[in-house]
Write a new protein. Structure first.
Lengths: 77, 371
């Protein structure tokens, strides 16, 4: 009976969206922090590794894009 | 004429409720940023106010659910809406006074259901709507925020495990400006819409709008957005203390995960039209971020008090809403009842603020006169 009252599909969408967005942005931002910290350590040692800088920029842009996408999807609803 | 006066009183009360909602929920939005020192309190509250205002314009799905999802719209009167609002405001003030972060949203719906029960009986309540659109999402949302925050912080710690803590903390503090901003935006989106829904319901009850064309007018959106933003700006320092440091001591990465989880859950639910409690959600996020690191990091006693306030909110607000409706009917069906109750509530409010002001001044005097 409860299954017919509760909108199961809609709730599952909310669960998937919320966990997907939180974990996705957390991974991207953590990778950006990893890249930034490693790049800074490399600079202190006098060497520069391009890959860490690229990782930082891409992951930061990715996390900002994910946030912007979430807001646009909500506004369009 | 009498109906117009009641409508004006209801709209003013709804705006006052929205203000108390922002005031009460400031803690939910900014406590994490303040406790991890990502932002100074005044700046955190200023940003949160602006984003609460902006968030109110993003979507109207929750307003639709609040206006049509729980009670029979055709039986609602402006006095019922008024009594429901009084129930919610009274509960909000009581929990604010005792420093408990309970849910303004559930207080609002509880108050409305209570006054509707007394006015028209069980037949006027949409039990299925209440269960499917409020109670189940309300139970699920803090668990979801807990799980999302716990998974996110576990993965983050895995990625960042061997890095120096200083630069990592600085980076996550910067990240918290975005995650905290997003949480404020999501709060404005979900919470301001509840008042919009109630104000629109009052307009339908008054006959200004038709029940078949339930559309939120733009002036309602603008006034709800302004009231919640002003309320947020005024802040609720007692609750900030409970939310920010008494549940758990957090590092900036945990704060980022808690705020991110809270914002994601509220935005996803807003898109589906569920009126969630931001208090429940962010508390779940904070506990999830803490428990993932160490179960004992969470002060479960404080968390338990918050849980008791959650459980009590719906029935307590419903009882006050029912009482307010019954008292209002003692004065007849006109405007006198709502006016008497509104003036009485205002007097209680002024007395409470006066007492708080005197206590604050006495404490400040005690501090300055200590040798």
């Amino acid at each position: 009976m409860i299954a017919s009252i509760v909108e199961v599909g809609k709730l599952l969408d909310v669960i998937a969206d919320a966990i997907g967005a939180t974990v996705g942005v957390a991974i991207l931002f953590s990778l950006a922090v990893l890249g930034m910290t490693r790049a800074s350590e490399q600079r202190e040692r006098g060497s520069v590794l391009f890959a860490y800088g690229l990782l930082t920029v891409l992951c930061l842009l990715g996390s900002l894009a994910a946030v912007a996408y979430g807001i646009v999807v909500l506004a369009r609803n | 004429m009498q109906g117009d006066i009641v409508l004006v009183v209801v709209i003013a009360t709804a705006i006052a409720f929205d203000f108390t909602n922002g005031f009460h929920d400031t803690a939910n939005v900014v406590a994490t940023s303040i406790s991890t020192r990502a932002l100074p309190p005044r700046i955190a509250i200023g940003i949160a106010s602006l984003l609460n205002f902006a968030g109110a314009f993003i979507s109207l799905k929750v307003a639709d659910t609040v206006g049509k999802g729980f009670v029979d719209t055709s039986q609602v009167t402006t006095t019922v809406v008024f009594a429901g609002l009084i129930g919610a405001i009274a509960w909000n003030l009581a929990t604010w006074y005792f420093g408990l972060p309970s849910s303004s949203s559930h207080a609002l719906i509880g108050g409305l259901v209570g006054s509707m029960l007394v006015a028209h009986g069980f037949g006027a309540i949409d039990g299925e709507g209440l269960l499917g659109k409020l109670i189940v999402p309300a139970l699920l949302s803090p668990i979801l925020a807990f799980a999302a925050a716990a998974i996110a912080i576990t993965i983050s710690y895995r990625i960042l495990g061997r890095l120096r803590p200083g630069p990592v903390s600085r980076a996550f503090r910067a990240g918290q400006i975005v995650s905290g901003g997003l949480l404020a935006l999501s709060h404005g989106t979900n919470d301001a819409q509840k008042t919009m829904g109630v104000m629109t319901l009052a307009l339908v009850a008054h006959g200004t709008l038709s029940a078949s064309n339930f559309q939120v007018p733009i002036w309602v959106v603008l006034s709800a957005a302004s009231a919640i933003a002003l309320g947020t700006f005024s802040g609720g320092w007692r609750i900030i203390r409970t939310m920010g440091s008494r549940i758990i001591k957090m590092d900036p990465a945990q704060g980022f995960a808690a705020q991110g989880a809270g914002a994601a859950v509220i935005l996803a639910a807003s898109a589906a039209g569920y009126p969630l409690s931001t208090t429940h959600v962010i508390s779940g996020g904070i506990m999830g971020a803490g428990a993932a690191k160490r179960l004992s990091a969470v002060r479960w006693g404080v968390a338990g008090n918050i849980a008791i306030a959650w459980v009590l909110t719906l029935p307590a607000a419903a009882a006050v809403g029912a009482l307010a409706y019954a008292i209002s009917r003692v004065f007849g069906t006109g405007a006198l009842g709502p006016l008497v109750i509104a003036i009485s509530l205002l007097s209680v409010l002024l007395a409470l603020f006066g007492r708080r002001l005197r206590a604050t001044r006495a404490a400040a005097h005690g501090l300055t006169s200590t040798p």
